[in-house]
Structure formats: structure tokens, C-alpha cells
Design a protein around this ligand. Structure first.
Ligand code: ARG
Length: 569
């Protein structure tokens, strides 16, 4: 409906200009246009309170004058002044023609924008190797991928970066465990679990025998010093883990462009030199820090033994990314507990004089709790993402076997629905909220869930298939010449809001905006389906067109959430 919103704004803007209040005086009307709370009031409303000062009249009077002044184009059926608002109703046929015509024409691209020449690099998922990729990281993975798709849809060039946690003292423990207890077969088959088992076992044994911790420290020191044995082990762990990670990412439909992890940023001598030359480096108890004013604690750059820190590596990574990708925006989709870390990193980059630092953003999110269990890495009672996906798929297989035993490709569908259910549960809430994971909620085919939306999409597909079998064709043009019913128009309007919804999701960096939209659309379509005939009705052709448009927009929305849309389930 962006087109009509713009037209309404233009209409009011030129009426105001005729009344002696040009755009320079009252500002752009477009920003004021609202959607009235009650659809009976109209499709759009423009509040006139902001014009009162310039025009020296009451908003009530101004609204009336605007209505008297305004043109009456054919796409408008009604323009009325109500208590300081200008309410506008659109011609139903014109709206339907515009919306349905657009969807038919653009298909997958419906709601997207032209390339805008801007680049966004998105740092997400970024798990730590040798620690498990758990439900804690799934949030970053899913939110990050959805944002990547939303921004690509908005016309950005998107670079997907996985800043692997592939360096750190945990590797000392893992190597220590590996040389004692490695199960080589399992390491090939399930590297992430085996490495984690070694890590946990080492930790447990070290509680009994503290000398083990010295050994772990020694292994990590050897890594830092470039010892070939230690490095070869580390490299093998990294490669095996990456292979397994990529298998999981493939199930989620994700492909990273860049896997440069923390290990690539150990040599930061040039950054230290630059900080020193700028006079930013201060010594504090043997460590080097950059002070960031009164509100934020100083950022630690090197430890007293000269080794670098998480923040130092992020500073180096940001500079490399700017050189390599020349980004306009850089997102970090990371747990809200790291807010201070990113404030410090961005603060240091700003003080170094990098103007592009203003395009850096931490995109935080809340925690994920699985049933009653809270995750803790050390103890080993963790939940592996791979296991969650498998469990979801197994459960969906059972549900499908009950609901639709004759379904072809049942395995493929179960994969799409099981994985989709896990993703949707994560994306349907505002990202900053803490969320919980309960199987009954996540997989409920009638709840606010992924399966529900996918099922609705499949229902639309099935109506279209049956129509096709009967030789019934959806209408493809001339929508403006029809009389549209209320229940149909409700769907048309909702379909027309898809583009604005994606705009809002991008603006707020908030995939839940899209998730809630597809839920609304699915509910609206199901409501329509239950109270109206489609096949065999006198309005069959236009209702089939509407069904096809719903199918397309649900599929587009699901794609932005990194979910599949199976045509049958
Ligand atoms: N590996 C880190 C962790 O699991 C997340 C890394 C996020 N990205 C970054 N550039 N710091 O806590």
C-alpha cells in the first residue's frame, strides 16, 4: 500500500500548498500518514495537528479546508474531515488491481526494493569451536540469517560473516583431553560432540588433579608460539568442526561468505602502534587499555603478558572487514550480555578516527531456555542444535503419519516443517525478549507457530491444485472492474502491506515483524476459507487469484524467515 500512502500524502501536500503552507513550512506529509485503528474510518488518515502553528488555524478547520481543496482522483472514493483528521477511503477495485497485479507480476520479488548500492556485513552465529553449538547460538544464527534475507530483499548487498571462536584457552584443554582420551572414530563422525566431551572430561579431571590445568595452559602457549604439533591438532579440530557446522547450516538454508574467525587476528601489532601514535593507549597494571570516558569502563587491548583479547580481535576484524567489503553497515547479532563489549569496541574505533564506525551496530537478543533446563557449558548438560532439529523432525513425522498418512515425500516435508518450527519459535517474539522452548508450543499445528503458517500455505496450494484439476483459472487482470466484498478486501489490504512490513522489519532489525505478519495473513486467509466458498462459487476466478496471491506472499514471508514452504503437508 506504499503507493497509495504516497498518493494520499501528495494529495494532502498539494492541498496544503494551495492553502499557503508549502512543504518547506510543514514538512513531508508522508511521515504523518496513519492507518486508522478502525477500518470503517478509512484506509488512511492524516492528522492535522502539526500544521496548526504554521497555518494559525485549528486542526479541525485545517482538516476541513484540506478536504475542500483536495483533488478527487479515481482511486479515491471518499475523503472526510473528522476531528482534525483527514480520513481517506480508497477505491476497492483500484487497490485490488494494484496489489494483486503487483503480486502476480513480481512473484518472488514482491515487496522487494531495487539494489541501493549499499553493503551490510552481518556477523552472526559465530560459535566457539570445541565448545558446543547449542541452542544459545541458534538465536544468533536464525535472527542473523533472517536479517540477511530481509536486507537483501531491501536492495542491500549482504555479506554473511561467521566470526568463529576458533582460538582461546579452551583449545589447551581440548588438546590435553585429546592426547589422553580421544575416540578417533567418534571424532570423525561427530567432531563437535567429541571435542566437547574431551573438554568436559578434562575439566572434571582437572578438579581432582590441578596439575592438568598447567598442562592445558602449556598447550595453549605452544599454540600461541606457533608450535607445529599444537597447531596441527588445532587445525584438524577446526576443519572437522567446520565440516559439521556446515552440515547444520545447510539444513537451515544458510551459506556464509566468510569464515574468518578469531584466530586470524592474533597479530595486532599495527593496531597497537596506531593506538600508541594517537596517544590512546594507557598502561594499567601492566595491561594496555583505551579509556572511553566516564560512562564505559576502559577497553582492555593487551593483557600484561602481551596476549590479545576478544575485544582486540574484534577491533582488528572490523578494520579488515571495512577494507575488504567497504561496508556501510556492520551488524553484530550477538546475545545482549555482550552489549558492553560492543560499546567498547565501537568506542575505540571511533576514537581511532574511523568514520565508518558510525555504521556499526550491536543487534542484541534475549536468552533461550529449553523447557526447565538452563544451559551451562562447563557441566556438559547442554542441548545440541543438531539434536533439537532431529527431535523436531521425528515428532513432525509422527504428526504427519496421523494427519496425512498418504503424503508423498513425507520425509522431506517433515524436515522442512520440523526445522521451520524451531526457527519460527525463535523469530516470532521480539528478539530482545527471553524466550522458552516447549515442544507442545513449538509444534502445535493450530497455534502461533511455523507449522501453522506452512500448513496455511499448503492449504492455499491445495485449493489451487484442485482448481487446476477442474480446469478453473484464477483471474489475472481487470481486478479494478469488480465489486469487492469486505472479507476479500481485508485480505487484499493485508497483502498490500507486505512491502511496508519488510521495510519496518529492516528498520527495526526485527524479523519478528515479518513473523507476525505471516501469522496475521495465515489467520486472515483461514478465516476467509472457513466462511467463504472458493471453488464452485460465483466469485471463483477472483477468489482463486486472491488465494494465489496469499500463497505467494506467505511463501515470500517464510523465505525471509529462512523457512521452507512445502506445497503439500
Ligand atoms: N564466539 C562468540 C561467543 O560465542 C560470539 C562472537 C560474536 N561476534 C563477534 N564479532 N564478537 O560468545
Amino acid at each position: 500500500m506504499n503507493l497509495f500512502k504516497q498518493r494520499v500524502a501528495d494529495l494532502v501536500q498539494s492541498a496544503l500548498a494551495n492553502m499557503g503552507a508549502g512543504e518547506d513550512a510543514v514538512g513531508p506529509v508522508l511521515e504523518l500518514v496513519e492507518i486508522p485503528p478502525d477500518e470503517k474510518l478509512g484506509d488512511f488518515a492524516v492528522p492535522c495537528f502539526a500544521f496548526a502553528r504554521t497555518l494559525r488555524r485549528s486542526p479541525v478547520q485545517i482538516a476541513e479546508e484540506i478536504v475542500a481543496q483536495a483533488d478527487r482522483p479515481p482511486w479515491l472514493t471518499h475523503i472526510k474531515a473528522v476531528k482534525g483528521y483527514v480520513n481517506v477511503k480508497l477505491h476497492r477495485g483500484h487497490v485490488a488491481q494494484h496489489v494483486l497485479g503487483d503480486i502476480l507480476r513480481a512473484g518472488e520479488a514482491y515487496g522487494s526494493r531495487e539494489p541501493n548500492g549499499r553493503t551490510v556485513v552481518i556477523d552472526y552465529s559465530s560459535p566457539n569451536i570445541a565448545k558446543p553449538f547449542s541452542l544459545g547460538h541458534i538465536r544468533s544464527t536464525v535472527i542473523g540469517e533472517s536479517l540477511a534475507r530481509i536486507f537483501a530483499h531491501q536492495g542491500y548487498r549482504v555479506v554473511r560473516i561467521n566470526h568463529l571462536g576458533d582460538w582461546g584457552t579452551q583449545f589447551g584443554r581440548v588438546i590435553g583431553g585429546y592426547v589422553r582420551w580421544a575416540d578417533h572414530d567418534r571424532l570423525e563422525k561427530e567432531p563437535i560432540k567429541e571435542l566437547f566431551r574431551l573438554y568436559v572430561k578434562f575439566h572434571e579431571e582437572a578438579e581432582k588433579d590441578p596439575a592438568l590445568e598447567d598442562e592445558a595452559r602449556d598447550w595453549f602457549r605452544r599454540m600461541e608460539e606457533g608450535d607445529p604439533v599444537a597447531l596441527a591438532l588445532w587445525r584438524r579440530f577446526r576443519e572437522l568442526s567446520l565440516l559439521e557446522l556446515e552440515r547444520t547450516y545447510a539444513r537451515l538454508g544458510i551459506r556464509f561468505d566468510d569464515y574468518t574467525g578469531e584466530s586470524a587476528y592474533n597479530d595486532v601489532s599495527d593496531i597497537i602502534e596506531k593506538l600508541r601514535a594517537l596517544g590512546l593507549l594507557k598502561e594499567s597494571q601492566g595491561a594496555q587499555v583505551v579509556e572511553l570516558g566516564d560512562d564505559i569502563p576502559p577497553c582492555l587491548i593487551t593483557k600484561s603478558d602481551g596476549t590479545t583479547l576478544y575485544a582486540t580481535r574484534d577491533i582488528a576484524a572490523a578494520i579488515r572487514r571495512q577494507e575488504q567489503y567497504n561496508f556501510d553497515l556492520a551488524f553484530y547479532v550477538v546475545d545482549s550480555r555482550q552489549s558492553l563489549h560492543f560499546k567498547q569496541v565501537f568506542g575505540v574505533l571511533e576514537r581511532m578516527g574511523y568514520e565508518w564506525a558510525s555504521g556499526m551496530e550491536h543487534i542484541p537478543f534475549g536468552t533461550l531456555q529449553f523447557g526447565d533446563e538452563i544451559m551451562s557449558t562447563r557441566k556438559g548438560n547442554v542441548i545440541f542444535l543438531e539434536d533439537v532439529l532431529n527431535e523436531a523432525v521425528t515428532r513432525v513425522k509422527q504428526i504427519i503419519a496421523e494427519r496425512n498418512p498418504s503424503l508423498k515425500n513425507a520425509d522431506e516435508v517433515a524436515e522442512a516443517v520440523g526445522v521451520g518450527a524451531v526457527i519460527f519459535n525463535d523469530l516470532v517474539h521480539n528478539r530482545i525478549k527471553d524466550i522458552s522452548f516447549q515442544w507442545e508450543d513449538v509444534l502445535n499445528f493450530d497455534g502461533d507457530t511455523g507449522p501453522y503458517v506452512q500448513y496455511t500455505h499448503a492449504r492455499a496450494c491445495s485449493v489451487l491444485r484442485r482448481a487446476d484439476e477442474q480446469g478453473a483459472r484464477p483471474m489475472s487482470d481487470g481486478f479494478d472492474r469488480l465489486e469487492w466484498e469486505d472479507s476479500e478486501m481485508r485480505l487484499v489490504r493485508l497483502l498490500g502491506r507486505f512491502g511496508e512490513t519488510v521495510d519496518a522489519a529492516a528498520k527495526g532489525r526485527e524479523p519478528s515483524t515479518v513473523a507476525r505478519y505471516v501469522l496475521d495473513l495465515a489467520q486472515a486467509f483461514n478465516g476467509f476459507y472457513h466462511s467463504n466458498r472458493i471453488l464452485g462459487s460465483e466469485r471463483q476466478a477472483e477468489r482463486l487469484a486472491l488465494t494465489d496471491a496469499v500463497r505467494q506472499v506467505l511463501a515470500n514471508g517464510l523465505r525471509l524467515l529462512a523457512m521452507e514452504a512445502p506445497p503439500e503437508m
